[in-house]
Design a protein around this ligand. Structure first.
Ligand SMILES: [Zn+2]
Length: 246
């Protein structure tokens, strides 16, 4: 795979994103760091057209936004790595990148769950994100079991494609799609309650007020989560960065 040659002027998002490019040409661990703090589900960036353009098929530089629709990012947003415990959400319905359920902190790595947009990736890779919930080999939602996708935010086109795939077994629809959709909505709502409770607790603790866990929040996952590589680069898709490709 040819190395990714940025054809846009860099940095493309200087106020919100810092791209960390390793100096060692054999090190493919390019990653992106957030420069801003955001509460849960707040808007991080729009996937605007332009710079985004339609793409005919998936590549290392595209994001799937519909059943047969892909977009070229044409910006530094392409350097947002995969993680199985991601910090941001690519919402292809609203063409937005949102902070994840824990919110976003300046200095935190920007990651998203590639199978939340990608049905069948051009090239799979082994994830080393280090999360307890790491799914291992990542090649798109098409190749993942339902239990591997439980509790994860997924785009509508991925949910629809999964529904079709799983209904095809023995020609019998084994799950009630409406019930599944409502369960999923409930699951997401619970996560938002947890996130809001956590935000309130944090606010109270900062302002010297005692924390009341009146909603029985389970709290978020550990804030000290270590992101591994698990990147497009690791799969060789990008083949490193251009600044070292003299
Ligand atoms: Zn992982």
């Amino acid at each position: 795979m040819a190395p990714l040659t940025p054809h846009w002027s860099q940095p493309s998002h200087p106020t919100i994103q810092k791209v960390m490019i390793p100096s060692d040409p054999n090190d493919f661990t390019t990653k992106s760091i957030s420069l801003i703090n955001l509460p849960p589900y707040a808007l991080y960036a729009k996937l605007s057209f332009p710079p985004c353009t339609e793409a005919e098929k998936p590549t290392y530089a595209t994001v799937q936004k519909g059943r047969d629709e892909h977009l070229n990012l044409n910006s530094d947003l392409v350097y947002i790595n995969h993680s199985c415990e991601p910090s941001v959400i690519f919402d292809t319905t609203s063409l937005s990148i949102l902070a994840g359920p824990r919110g976003l902190k300046a200095g935190e790595e920007l990651t998203f769950f590639y199978p939340s947009t990608e049905w069948d990736m051009a090239q799979g890779f082994s994830c080393f994100c280090g999360a307890e919930t790491c799914r291992g080999y990542i090649s798109g939602a098409k190749n993942m079991k339902p239990e591997q996708l439980e509790g994860v935010w997924l785009n509508a086109h991925i949910r629809a494609l999964l529904e079709e795939r799983d209904a095809g077994v023995d020609g019998v629809k084994t799950k009630d799609a409406t019930e599944e959709a409502l369960k999923s909505a409930l699951d997401q709502a619970r996560k938002m309650v947890d996130a809001a409770q956590k935000a309130l607790d944090t606010y109270k603790s900062i302002h010297g007020r005692s924390s009341v866990d009146d909603l029985g929040s389970t709290g978020g996952k550990g804030a000290n989560r270590q992101n591994g590589v698990g990147s497009r680069e690791l799969s060789g898709e990008m083949g490193g960065d251009t600044k070292v490709m003299v």
